[in-house]
Design a binder for this molecule. Structure first.
Ligand code: MRU
Length: 348
């Protein structure tokens, strides 16, 4: 076990800038980029320099704080207008993960409440964004502690996409549960689905797990059914981008097919997500699934792998209905099956 191993910190506020791991450079290079404008942060979210629902929530909150901190506004009204403009721009970056909107709204609300001085608003927005980063890591650790009991010594756990330290400020949600199980002395092996087309599984989850000394095996997405049917998977645990009040889980594309296969092979399918990922105002039919660039599908590492002119669909997320979910681990406790009915009692 590597207790003192330097843990990844994905998003931070440093000397008046937002500093983030550049996830587009992984796994080849672990490098940080610093941003000094909200427009820069918005671009980083759009291009997935930073990605993962909790990480983009905190990055966007820090983007709003940057707008306040760098502003030359001379009075409260002008500063609030600039903050609203930054918030509006950041809201347009990605549509599916609710954490993005939650992060922005929280900092904007603090700005509106503070005052009357410009410096008071600046300080309180920066303080709020920094606090959110700390709370994220704490929430993930609490969530991990609630979920660790679901994993037994010797379990082989499959995961989709990256719901680790890189998808959060630190520690992770689905991978946080796996970390917590290891900290409790259990040996858990992980099967990492590569997660085409953006390859968050092979590029990021495998990077994180190898770096932190976990036993993991990378598979292609097309091997999921075979691995389950041959009895090589004990449990599935994934993160989420949004969980609606009717219990639908929006997560990285491919999650739904993993859940269907898990049901077919009697493999429990768990979801791990903090309170900020729940959207109790909406039901599943009201959510926009992000459609990303055609190039992600027709190219691998810049090289074209499909003929010119072929029509492409590239939905970045899918939705898993509640009846396929064995339980949702949150920082407030475990939501048991049937999750749609139990949801309010834990997080309402
Ligand atoms: O497109 P991405 O990489 O931002 O999608 C991320 C996911 O789908 C994660 O599984 C989800 O955000 C949970 S992260 C704790």
């Amino acid at each position: 076990m590597r207790e003192n191993f330097f843990s990844l910190r994905t998003v931070m506020w440093e000397e008046g800038t937002v500093k983030m791991i550049d996830q587009t450079a992984l796994p080849q290079r672990l490098v940080y980029k610093s941003y000094d404008s909200w427009e820069g942060v918005a671009d980083a979210i759009r291009r997935m320099v930073v990605r993962g629902a909790p990480a983009i929530g905190v990055a966007a909150a820090m983007g709003v704080a940057l707008a306040a901190d760098r502003s030359h506004a001379e009075d409260r009204d002008q500063l609030l207008k600039e903050i609203e403009r930054a918030a509006e721009g950041l809201r347009k970056t990605r549509p599916t993960a609710v954490n993005l909107f939650w992060g922005i709204d929280r900092v904007v609300a603090v700005a509106r409440k503070s005052g009357p001085t410009v410096s008071g608003i600046r300080d309180s927005t920066v303080a709020e964004a920094k606090k959110m980063a700390e709370e994220d890591v704490e929430a993930n650790k609490r969530l991990g502690a609630f979920g660790a009991g679901l994993l037994e010594d010797g379990d082989v756990v499959m995961t989709q996409c990256n719901a680790g330290a890189l998808a959060t400020v630190g520690y992770g949600t689905a991978l946080g549960v796996i970390r917590a199980a290891r900290e409790a002395g259990r040996c858990v092996k992980v099967i990492v689905n590569e997660t085409r087309p953006a390859l968050q599984g092979s590029r990021l989850t495998a990077f994180e797990l190898v770096r932190d000394g976990f036993h993991c095996t990378l598979i292609s997405d097309t091997a999921v059914g075979y691995m389950m049917s041959s009895g090589r998977v004990d449990k599935v645990i994934v993160g989420a981008d949004r969980i609606t009040r009717d219990g639908y889980v929006f997560n990285k594309i491919g999650t739904y097919q993993v859940a269907v296969l898990a049901e077919r092979h009697a493999v429990p399918f768990y979801v791990a997500a903090p309170r900020s990922t729940f959207d109790l105002e909406r039901t599943h039919d009201q959510i926009v699934i992000e459609e990303r660039a055609y190039d992600e599908v027709v190219r691998v590492k810049g090289r074209r792998i499909a003929p010119k002119g072929v029509p492409v669909a590239n939905p970045a997320f899918d939705k898993t209905p509640p009846d396929l979910v064995a339980g949702i681990v949150t920082d407030l406790g475990l939501i048991p099956r049937p999750v749609a009915e139990s949801l309010q009692a834990t997080i309402g």
